[in-house]
Design a protein. Sequence first.
Length: 350
Amino acid sequence: MARLPDYLFFVGRPLAPLYGLAMRVRAALFRRGVFGQHRLAVPVVSVGNLTLGGTGKTPMVLHLARLLAGCGWRPAVVSRGYGGRAKKPVNVVSDGQTLLLTAALAGDEPRLLAENLAGVPVLTGARRGQVGQAAVDTLGADLIVLDDGFQHLALRRNLDLVLFNAAGLLGNGRVFPGGPLREPVSALARAHAFVITGVDETTSARATAFHGFLQREFPDKPVFKAGYRVAGLLRFTTAGPTPARPREMGRLLAFCGLASPDSFRRSLAREGVDLAGFMAFHDHHRYTASDLANLERQARQVGAIGLIATEKDAVKLTGALCGHMPLYFLKVAMAVEEGFDSFVLKHLGL
């Protein structure tokens, strides 16, 4: 979900205490067993956040799935499939071998995960306990990575990771609709560890201060920092992506549909990409041929000879949407500080 304008939070501030109370009551009802929880026979690792908007959950899910698969587990990723048109109780985006659903059906993030996780099934559905059970029963998964799962209390988990974007952190600290928090800060007590993502030279001081805050408030829970590393610059073609280099690409117009577009802009700057301009769409934006034509028109007006987007955008761009200009995209991966992987493995008994 894209970040809402501050004036909307101001308007919604009177309702925030009611929403916060409702979320506390909901959590208490799950904790006391009034609302049932689905318990799978395999471990569940949840990646989630406390705030609206992007915190790097998709790169973290990729990191965890690769880590756990490399240790001999057979993980499957379970996601709600936000923005996807597939509405069956269980939608198999990938069985680990074959891509079965497009980004339009699966949602952009599940499709991106499926394209990047060879051998790891990716499934979507609203009732994620049911989806996880299907992954275990029909696809042989022995561990579930739950994407955006912190508020999905209907599925019991073994490890709850909560992510914070270093650029936004807790925002104004208020619960929706008065601020960006999905739940009160007290909900963090049920997490097992925290990860501050998007840490770079511009956010390092804020991340360090917030690291201290989390350690003071929740001294029994480890806090890790993470940044992003560029995993590749690729040119989009109908035959598949091909490697590219900044000095060969010329001047470009960048665009993206992210909740936190500034991180993409900073990554391009660090890679030395020559930008003529930058356009941000809403998170999960579905691109049309008209969008691409408009982007090309804008690119020509600012003197760009091509376009560049994120990998999340690229999974929604089919050959039919390719225009006349070269189109590139940036692949990023999460780089978590030392100790995180060993914490995860130790928590899971490895």
